[in-house]
Design a binder for this molecule. Structure first.
Ligand code: AP5
Length: 215
């Protein structure tokens, strides 16, 4: 299994880009730690109940909670060709837990794509983001609108605004990103597996740059 990490601020476009890579590189699986946690919250599992308070406040859930969910997923899906981890790891201890879990399987992180966007753009992107609660498709009211306002193109469900996409929680998420996730940039750069991409421009060009970086 080839393992790629998608690293970047909230709203950098990790989910949007990862979900488009599959069209270019068949056999790719996109695993979003946020989606995994939101699924657990919705299902009312023990992990979900523990995670909810942290997520609503824009804080990170405990390292061991999310690391064990990711390890369990990888253990159950060993046949995947290319796995894109979107949003995990996002602390140094999580990166160490991932390395240990992969080493047990004789695997390692192959590359890390760092999406660069200024904080001001994060606010614009998350302020206008709309999500499909049924199929998970993502939209933006200005830059990526659905064909019919408020309705998912793919499955016709009514679109929602994520509960953590409000100005106060976005500010907390950005601050947590700078404090706890940015240190991973140096860590992966020192390992020689980091590729930085300007993610502030045209979506199709960013997807192209990402695919080239993965080739
Ligand atoms: P998570 O769901 O991972 O949220 P996040 O990291 O804050 O990232 P987002 O999903 O908000 O942003 P994105 O980069 O995917 O942007 P998107 O592609 O949607 O995590 C949520 C919470 O779960 C965390 O706060 C934490 O509590 C918990 N959690 C998750 N992982 C954890 C972990 N490892 N450890 C601990 N806790 C964890 O794009 C945003 C918008 O911009 C969209 O509307 C999109 O259409 C638009 N857009 C994107 N790119 C472009 C472009 N190039 N041009 C125009 N518009 C664009």
């Amino acid at each position: 299994m080839k393992i790629v990490i998608m690293l970047g601020a909230p709203g950098a476009g990790k989910g949007t880009i990862a979900s488009r890579i599959n069209e270019k590189l068949p056999g790719t699986v996109h695993l979003s730690s946020g989606d995994l946690l939101r699924g657990a919250v919705k299902a009312g599992t023990v992990a979900g109940l523990e995670a909810k308070g942290y997520m609503d406040a824009g804080k990170l859930v405990p390292d061991t909670l999310i690391a064990s969910m990711i390890e369990e997923y990888i253990g159950a899906n060993g046949a995947i060709k290319l796995l894109i981890l979107d949003g995990f790891p996002r602390t140094v201890p999580q990166a160490e837990m991932l390395d240990q879990a992969l080493a047990k399987r004789g695997e390692k992180v192959d590359s890390v794509i760092k999406l660069n966007v200024p904080d001001a753009l994060v606010l614009e992107r998350l302020g206008g983001r709309r999500m499909c609660p049924a199929c998970g498709a993502g939209y933006h009211v200005l830059t990526l609108p659905p064909q019919v306002e408020g309705v998912c193109d793919a499955c016709q469900a009514s679109l929602i605004t994520r509960s953590d996409d409000n100005p106060e929680t976005i500010a907390n998420r950005l601050s947590v990103y700078h404090q706890q996730t940015v240190p991973l940039v140096d860590l992966y750069d020192e390992k020689g597996i980091l590729c930085s991409i300007n993610a502030a421009g045209e979506l199709s060009l960013i997807v192209e740059d990402t695919v080239k970086a993965l080739a």
